[in-house]
Design a protein around this ligand. Sequence first.
Ligand SMILES: *Cc1c(COP(=O)(O)O)cnc(C)c1O
Length: 356
Amino acid sequence: MSRFWSPVVAGLSPYVPGEQPKLRNLVKLNTNENPYGPSPKVLEAIRAACDDSLRLYPDPGAEQLRQAIGRRYGVEPAQVFVGNGSDEVLALAFQALLNHDAPLRFPDITYSFYPVYCGLYGIRQQTVPLTTDFRIDPADYLPGAGKGAGPVILPNPNAPTGRALPLGDIERIVAANPDVVVVVDEAYIDFGGESAVPLVARHDNLLVIQTLSKSRSLAGLRVGYAIGSTALIEGLDRVKNSFNSYPIDRLALAGAVAAIEDDAYFQQTCAAVVRTRDALTADLHGFGFEVLPSAANFVFARHPGRDAAQLAAALRQEGIIVRHFRHPRIDQFLRISVGTDAECHSLVQALKGIFG
Ligand SMILES: *Cc1c(COP(=O)(O)O)cnc(C)c1O
């Protein structure tokens, strides 16, 4: 606390990211990074961009990247917005599109950055409980079901549960709320969900947000994007150009274009993560864990006989870090990112030791 802080700053409860330990040799399964490196073509493109041109500002409109994303997803560049990680895209969307009189609706168990942005921008929130089996029930977002008719934000697959909604359910929610924006945060969509991007052509209130951090192994590059109607994209552009004209630097631009264009590497690494996830799920069942069905690059699991915090601490002793949230309803779960087969093998060996 300081007398120099503005009242808004004094009232903030900032997001707490998962730990990035300095120690090497840890098996790091706590922040859903991709265990495989980025495409070699990405590294090549970034190296090639390392030259005297760094004295110049980057393209403020990130035209080349928006064209690449447009080609990849079958939309116009004017329907694409890019930002410094999808967290920045989300923040701008909260400010530009989700800040209205009616409270913003999102699940009680979801990405914990959403309430933080609400605090930052003074947006009222209405949390909608997941079902007892940790599903989003689309009926809870239809008119008449909720108290307000405010905008909606949902991750699909949801975080940290990993459960995905079918596209039909997403469309029901979007179609039932034509006068407010519905944001679908697809950070994990490439690991088994059905993307809502094709719905953008039919619904001008839908904004789909994706990131290069997970499925394209570029958490360190900080690039995310949104796809939506040109009116929604223009709203985001207006806020961005009132805040930071150059969120994507020259190296990030070069790397991101190469990442979007190397579809073969992307498909191959996503498939490897999915295979390992399914094997890890079977292994966890073998230890007696309940594992929620995951369409993401992590699993969310609880053990009927072991306290989750104690399990996380015991794994840490073995050099393995997983994520544990001290939040109501989910404090007996562990969120375990899918690593390489070797990393998941280390986890299984450690669990054998712990379970005796
Ligand atoms: C990881 C994640 C993001 C943010 O990713 P960036 O690295 O900022 O692009 C956004 N939403 C959810 C649900 C995430 O898990």
